[in-house]
Write a protein that binds this ligand. Structure first.
Ligand code: V47
Ligand code: SF4
Length: 395
């Protein structure tokens, strides 16, 4: 056991009862999680989360940190919703609005395919021009042209929107998309489940119960999915804990979540900065660590480098995160809101970030099958970073 964990377990430490629960593998409670958020003992919290991460990883895999060679595709940024934190979509700013044809989606996907990606992560705005038929065509075309690339697509919010447009159930919507080629779902659109925060942020879409129902329905149909939480939009500690607890409850019922991703809001192009508290690195490390401790039924916690930055993502590995997401190729949502991270990272750069933080880079597929466990490739013991490709953002 680490010295920091020993100190957390020591009876003189105010968090020692929680540390003991963690070490014994007992579930931590809402009150425990709130106390962790209220504590300034980040080192003890990190040590508990690191312990939980290593136990979850299993023998021989304690130091594994995963990444995937993937690309993000966003077929439309036109959206009927008006979430106040979103700079990516804005139906009033028609000049920026775009909607790709099926051929354009294929053309963009082809750029990733040429680089050897194994996953397309596809999400977009709620656009009446992109109905269920459109997404069935997009997915069938992607499946036909790139049968070896996994399609992870459609947030619960998009599924909800398509089902309502079509006047059919979310189950039927999912079944039709699965038939067309959908293989798993990303975790977006959850935001913060608390209704008062959603009202202040003008989030009218898919409330908590419906978001969770759609993921449960997807799990029952055999799809694996992810889950997110967006911070920095005026939420309290209690709102965050309750959000994560709802995910834990859903996972107990349907078991199909792979990964939890704490997200951090960026404010460029929004008018909310004066009303909210921007999460600091300290807050984000707590979100990572406390979610690792609460979500004893989730296998993975993601340090999303696009939002955390590579440096904080590296630190997050010691606070319970075991995944860095992927190469991405061209991120639009957070870049539209001002993140200064690159649009993409080469595989070698991701491997370098992981290895230089003292962890073992493991390339995975979407559902966490191991593709390759990286060996150090230079005399310094580090995988060699490559210069990322140059791409121009289109929003
Ligand atoms: O749902 C919107 C968030 C999410 C902003 O499942 C913003 O593997 C920051 O869900 N600043 C989309 N965030 C991203 C997402 C995701 C990313 C990577 C991996 C996976 C996965 C999922 O981005 C949205 C929303 O919560 N978002 N606006 C903003 N201004
Ligand atoms: Fe639309 Fe999603 Fe942006 Fe909300 S966050 S405005 S639903 S694209």
């Amino acid at each position: 056991m680490s010295t920091a964990l020993d100190q957390a377990l020591n009876a003189t430490n105010p968090l020692s009862d929680i540390a003991n629960k963690v070490v014994k593998g007992e579930r931590i409670s809402r009150a425990d999680a709130i106390r962790l958020y209220q504590s300034d003992d980040l080192v003890s919290i990190g040590a508990m989360a690191e312990f939980a991460r290593m136990r979850k990883a299993g023998p021989g895999r304690e130091k594994y940190v995963y990444y995937i060679h993937n690309m993000h595709l966003n077929p439309t940024n036109y959206c009927m919703e008006t979430c106040r934190f979103c700079s990516y979509a804005n139906p009033e700013d028609q000049k920026r609005a775009y909607t790709w044809t099926v051929d354009k989606v294929l053309e963009e996907a082809g750029k990733g395919a040429a680089l050897g990606i194994r996953e397309i992560h596809m999400v977009g705005g709620l656009n009446p021009a992109c109905d269920l038929n459109y997404y069935e065509e997009v997915m069938s075309a992607l499946r036909k042209s790139f049968p070896h690339i996994h399609i992870k697509a459609m947030t619960a919010v998009e599924i909800d929107y398509l089902a309502n447009l079509e006047g059919i159930s979310v189950e039927e919507t999912l079944e039709r998309l699965i038939k067309a080629g959908l293989q798993s779902m990303p975790g977006g659109g959850a935001e913060i489940f608390d209704e008062a925060v959603r009202e202040r942020m003008a989030v009218k879409k898919t409330p908590a119960e419906r978001w969770l129902h759609i993921h449960g329905a997807a799990h029952k149909l055999g799809l694996k999915t992810n889950a997110t939480m967006l911070t920095g939009i005026g939420e309290s500690i209690e709102n965050k804990v309750d959000h994560v607890l709802l995910l834990r409850e859903q996972q107990d019922k349907t078991g199909g979540f792979m990964c939890f991703i704490p997200l951090k809001c960026y404010y460029d192009g929004t008018n909310i900065a004066d009303e909210v508290k921007e999460p600091t690195g300290y807050d984000i490390l707590k979100d990572v660590a406390i979610s690792r401790l609460l979500l004893d039924n989730f296998d993975h916690i993601k340090a999303y480098w696009i939002q955390l930055g590579e440096s904080l993502a590296q630190v997050a590995f010691s606070f319970g995160a075991d995944d860095m997401d992927g190469t991405i190729l061209e991120e639009k949502i957070t870049h539209a809101a001002g993140t200064k991270t690159p649009l993409q990272l080469a595989k070698e750069s991701l491997e370098y970030q992981i290895a230089s933080a003292g962890y073992i880079p493991v390339e995975r597929d979407t559902v966490y099958n191991i593709v390759r466990v990286c060996e150090p490739v230079t005399e310094t013991g580090m995988p060699q970073p490559l210069k990322p490709l140059e791409l121009t953002p289109t929003v």
